[in-house]
Design a protein around this ligand. Structure first.
Ligand SMILES: Cc1cc2nc3c(=O)[nH]c(=O)nc-3n(C[C@H](O)[C@H](O)[C@H](O)COP(=O)(O)O)c2cc1C
Length: 218
């Protein structure tokens, strides 16, 4: 039976463990990746994220410094990969942040200014996820992972390789990119580029638990 193109994409994609440093992802493909990040769905359309793209040599040097304490195995992707994207979430997403979303919805024709307060009331859902100090990082971080999943599939479709990396140092990244992050927190990043044929993962088959073990249809 002919495989569906979505399954072909998902079976084809593999985490790169080594990149070919001579290859760079063309800007038009990066733009598609940025569009897919922007179009990611999130709870109450909150979009509590920022994506910081590490492209220039100087930005890569700054990121490389953050690998001084841990995860040295991921450091090589900074220079050998084409780009690294820092996925950052707002740990204190507020009604003021949500007001920006509501105003964009109105500007984009999804609502009318007369009902602005009614739309803002949907923030009560975020309040349920927020502690007394205003922290709702657990909820906002979950939204960022939806963007990560979206990005991994987009890369597969573009024939570009990627490495999701929780093996980073959020504390050092917060220090090094303090200005750019402006209070947001990066706990996961994505290296993108083209794999080196000698990378350990390049020749291994895909391996997942059996469908019967993880899916229960009632
Ligand atoms: C959230 C997340 C974090 C990951 N962190 C790392 C990492 O720090 N370094 C690494 O080499 N791979 C990392 N991986 C890659 C996984 O090990 C890989 O996706 C998994 O083994 C399945 O292999 P596949 O992506 O080739 O299908 C991460 C993957 C995800 C989704």
């Amino acid at each position: 039976m002919l495989k569906h193109p979505i399954i072909v994409d998902l079976e084809k994609r593999k985490t790169s463990k080594k990149y070919d440093p001579s290859k760079r992802v063309p800007p038009e493909k990066m733009e598609i990746l940025y569009d897919s990040l922007r179009l990611t769905a999130s709870s109450i359309n909150s979009q509590p994220w920022k994506f910081i793209v590490i492209e220039s040599r100087s930005a890569k040097q700054r990121l490389a410094k953050t690998f001084s304490r841990k995860n040295p195995h991921n450091k090589k992707h900074v220079f050998d990969g084409s780009h690294v994207i820092l996925f950052a979430h707002n740990p204190k997403y507020s009604i003021y942040d949500y007001a920006k979303v509501v105003d964009a919805d109105i500007a984009n024709g999804r609502g009318v200014i007369e009902d602005r307060d009614k739309y803002l009331a949907k923030f009560s859902f975020a309040e349920l996820k927020t502690d007394l100090s205003g922290n709702n990082a657990e909820w906002t971080k979950a939204q960022v992972y939806i963007a990560l999943g979206n990005a991994l599939h987009t890369l597969a479709r573009l024939d570009v390789d990627g490495t999701a990396m929780e093996g980073i140092d959020p504390e050092l990244i917060s220090q090094e990119f303090e200005d750019e992050l402006a209070g947001y927190v990066c706990e996961v990043a994505l290296a993108v580029g083209y794999h080196h044929p000698e990378g350990t993962n390049a020749k291994l088959p895909k391996s997942r638990l059996a469908k019967e073990d993880i899916i229960q249809v009632l």
